[in-house]
Write a protein that binds this ligand. Structure first.
Ligand SMILES: [Zn+2]
Length: 443
């Protein structure tokens, strides 16, 4: 059993001494943060709960683990994943790495192989990865094209139950917004999502009846007390303006729930004045935005093989700094994992943060941005008890050897120690060989 670098005292009450904490992830931190937003502290753990966050050296006499300035983070919150698609790459790779290639390959794989056992086995595998890396809450989209919704939603509910206490699992429907114009389908999917305690979500893109479709989904969600989580404008086409349509509809209908907009790639390819006007509306409508930098950089600005040689010119990501400056809550998340939309990924939110820092320039200063993988997504998904270190909350913590951001982000921190309720968990990752049998189902 792998428990990482740290030998945590086997005591009911102990201290994580000489820790370095991102202040933005701590309630009532002691002292003044440095220029990178880091503070030094001792964390007293009692009976699995954070009892106190004290100035370093203030807790002598208790059994202690001296972290020698190693960082401590709260467990991560991964608010945008696709667990039902995960790990199908070996049997259904993306032939050319394009978005169209991904759509076609994922569709074919779903049709051929997504029975309940297949979906459940891959979802469970992914959750084991996320847990071992130190994530405590995962929101997943669930492919809900008929008849898949009847297979996958019960599997999702079973996984949520199986993982209770280790990972809080949230589910969001995903289907193309045009399908919601079909009243029978709309009835059925709203019922399915509501019955399973899910969130209503769809892929929005430019269709002639976009405004009507979005207004309808907002009315239906409001009637059933459902939140909304959309895949928005995942393209470099500046004419993709469904983000503005969502913001306008939210204001027009006075939508009472939470709205999340994922991707929003085309915002970055639109003329400045237009993008600014849209972002003002997004802020006014209190929409939260989640960026998926690894997947966006993989899919966006890629040309099919066989055409002229092509090197990508842009990074594929939305305008996170400009959105954050307007007060829009901005998170980053994993998105796809080893499927036709992204050939890689390990549901490791430290990797997501590391890549996001590089792709999105979330550094110099980095200070507010650790929140984007912890506290901000926790607040967005209405779990303010997650993604934060605070007295009275469970000691669900990730301990790193890295003492500052250059040390933390230069290496993968594969030897991290993950505490759940104050105890070190097994951080051994599941072996891909476990999935080999499923991959032989290749049609
Ligand atoms: Zn997605």
């Amino acid at each position: 059993m792998a428990k990482g670098f740290a030998a945590v005292p086997d005591e009911r009450r102990y201290v994580l001494a000489n820790a370095t904490l991102p202040a933005v992830l701590v309630d009532n931190f002691p002292g003044e943060p440095d220029g990178d937003g880091l503070v030094a502290a001792d964390i007293v753990v009692n009976d699995g709960t954070v009892e106190r966050i004290a100035p370093p050296g203030d807790t002598s006499g208790l059994p202690a683990l001296d972290l020698d300035r190693g960082m401590v983070w709260p467990c991560f919150v991964d608010m945008h994943t696709h667990l039902d698609k995960g790990h199908i790459w070996p049997r259904r790779p993306n032939p050319d790495g394009t978005f169209d290639g991904a759509l076609a390959a994922a569709w074919a794989d779903r049709r051929a192989s997504w029975n309940a056992t297949d979906v459940a086995t891959r979802m469970d595998f992914s959750l084991r990865m996320a847990y071992a890396h130190g994530t405590s809450l995962v929101r997943t989209h669930v492919d809900s094209d008929p008849p898949q919704h009847k297979i996958s939603w019960p599997v999702f509910a079973e996984m949520r139950e199986r993982w209770k206490g280790r990972i809080d699992l949230q589910g969001v429907s995903i289907f193309t917004i045009d399908q919601f114009l079909n009243a029978d389908y709309a009835d059925e999917i709203v019922e399915t999502v509501a019955t399973h305690g899910g969130i209503l979500g769809a892929v929005t893109f430019m269709i002639p009846e976009l405004d009507r479709a979005i207004e309808t989904i907002m009315h239906r969600a409001a009637n059933r007390d459902l939140d909304l989580d959309f895949h928005v404008d995942e393209t470099d086409d500046p004419a993709a303006r469904s983000l503005l349509a969502i913001a306008d509809a939210a204001l027009r209908t006075d939508f009472p729930g939470e709205i999340v907009a994922g991707h929003c790639c085309s915002l970055a390819t639109q003329p400045e004045a237009e993008a600014e006007a849209t972002m003002d509306r997004v802020a006014e409508a209190e929409i939260a935005v989640v960026s998926l930098p690894m997947c966006n950089m993989y899919l966006q600005d890629r040309q099919p093989r066989g055409e002229a040689p092509w090197t990508p010119r842009w990074r594929g990501v939305t305008l996170v700094h400009e959105l954050a400056a307007r007060g829009v809550p901005v998170a980053v998340a994993s998105d796809n994992t080893r499927d036709p939309f992204y050939a890689y990924g390990d549901l490791d939110m430290l990797e997501v943060f590391r890549e996001a820092v590089r792709i999105l320039h979330l550094d110099h200063p980095i200070a507010p941005w650790p929140a984007a993988v912890a506290r901000t997504p926790a607040d967005i998904v209405d779990r303010p008890d997650r993604g934060v270190i605070a007295a009275g909350l469970p000691a669900d913590l990730v301990l790193f050897r890295g003492r500052n951001f250059t040390e933390l982000l230069a290496r993968a921190q594969s030897d991290r120690t993950v505490l759940r309720a104050g105890k070190a968990i097994d951080t051994e990752l599941p072996d891909y060989r476990e999935l080999d049998e499923l991959m032989e189902w290749r049609a």
